[in-house]
Design a protein around this ligand. Structure first.
Ligand code: RB5
Length: 148
């Protein structure tokens, strides 16, 4: 799977940990984050990953900042993006199965490397269930397009 990953200064170490973890599992990781120590503006990286997902350059995205919240707020402004902040694996699985989330976000100041691995595993291994959930995704899209 092609996976775009992005981070700000709060998440350099965890981004590199997850990038290596995913590459070892055979995924192609597109690193759109930064490895510097200077303070960075997370919306820049959220937009890069969101664009990679909506254009099909990557199948799914991973965004990591201090909490995951700023990244998800910014990514969700890009039409077609459903970015979910998850701090544990159960929500990470359900946001694929029910919400068809295409980006997972989490915080390097919230979860450690082992929990982050479990979160991405559940997110990447789960599949959207469709059915009644598709109707709700269609409603989210209608809100996004000003049709609801
Ligand atoms: C940076 O200090 C922090 O605000 C950022 O990483 C993120 O947590 C924002 O939501």
């Amino acid at each position: 799977m092609n996976i775009a990953i992005g981070n700000d200064h709060a998440a350099v170490e965890l981004k590199n940990h997850i990038k290596k973890y995913l590459e070892e599992k055979g995924h192609c990781v597109i690193d759109l984050g930064d490895n510097g120590t200077a303070r960075l503006d997370y919306p820049v990286y959220a937009k890069k990953v969101a664009d990679a997902v909506v254009t099909g350059q990557s199948d799914l995205g991973v965004l990591i900042c201090g909490t995951g919240i700023g990244m998800s707020l910014a990514a969700n402004k890009v039409p077609g993006i459903r970015a979910a902040v998850c701090s544990e694996p159960y929500s990470a699985r359900l946001t694929r199965q029910h919400n068809n989330a295409n980006i997972i976000a989490f915080g390097a100041r919230v979860v450690g490397p082992a929990m982050a691995e479990m979160i991405v595993d559940e997110f990447l291994n789960a599949e959207f269930e469709g059915g009644r959930h598709q109707r709700r995704i269609d409603m989210i899209t209608a809100i996004e397009q000003g049709n609801m």
